[in-house]
Design a protein around this ligand. Sequence first.
Ligand code: EPS
Length: 353
Amino acid sequence: LTVTTFGESHGPAIGCVVDGCPPGLVLDAGDFASDLARRATGKSRYTSQRREADEVEILSGVYEGATTGTPIALLIRNTDARSKDYSEIARTFRPGHADYTYWHKYGVRDPRGGGRSSARETTMRVAAAVIAKKWLAEHHGVRVRGHLSALGELTPRAFDWDAVEANPFFWPDAGMVSELEAYITALRKSGDSVGARVDVVAEGVPPGWGEPVYGKLDAELASALMSINAVKGVEIGDGFAAVSQKGSEHRDEITADGFLSNHAGGILGGISSGQPVRASIVLKPTSSILIPGRSVDLDGQPTEVVTKGRHDPCVGIRATPIAEAMMALVLMDHALRHRAQCGDVGDIRPRIA
Ligand code: EPS
């Protein structure tokens, strides 16, 4: 399975091509609405106020309501780009923003709303992954879901999956939502931003998906999650907490009834173990903030930058569906690779010599 996206935040449209999806998956434009709305801006007071319809047009790869096996092209037209005079921003580099490195790489500046580096690009990852989530659920009973597990210094004091979709933060502790609202409101007033952590888990993954050396499932998952805008850290299973664990604690003992724990995050030796696949990401604080920061202009001269606009005080708030998307895409890819090499799930006869 390969996915490419195209389009700029303030261009006419964004889109993606999903290649390698098997034929026969029932799919129509309405399938995309729910996950795209979960990720979208303008849905609460706590995110960017840009309001996009995010309506998917299926351009190819679907005939009479089902995938054909040919490349699936999806398009979303931008409707609220509000392009204006970019001459000021085009001459300076926002501290912490990709415009500095894009300039040094390409020598071309597209200042229109961050262009390809904008979080707008993640819309199409979520759209592509609607296909992966649907295919994984129908063919393997796999469910991928996530939640925010830290917002700045705040962490949940209770956990309930039902709470996650009932608040704009994807927060698993319903009793803390008003605390989060007050926190983000104060943060926005101060003109600053904050980081966040998202946990994502795939339940129902059978044992055997992945590769033993090159293309390990955890390596490809880490790479996919790290490719999300603003992600600065990825953990699989217990991740960095393993540094202070003993082997007797970290190893997941196995009984006739199954594993006794899941510190490994459902992946052993690059291959899924049949336990839930667990990963976490950390997103840095949004770099586009109202607090002045030192920078340089195109001539290398010192300047001060204040980023005005419709920005998120915490990009992590909208990152849960994006993390789910990247995990689903990696899992579908590995499911197809596993099927190509080892046959369907039913074909495998585990043998212990
Ligand atoms: C973003 C800046 C804002 C956000 C945008 C990400 O857009 P604009 O430049 O138009 O004000 O709204 O996020 C989205 C549009 C989206 O769909 O996620 C940025 O600089 O990354």
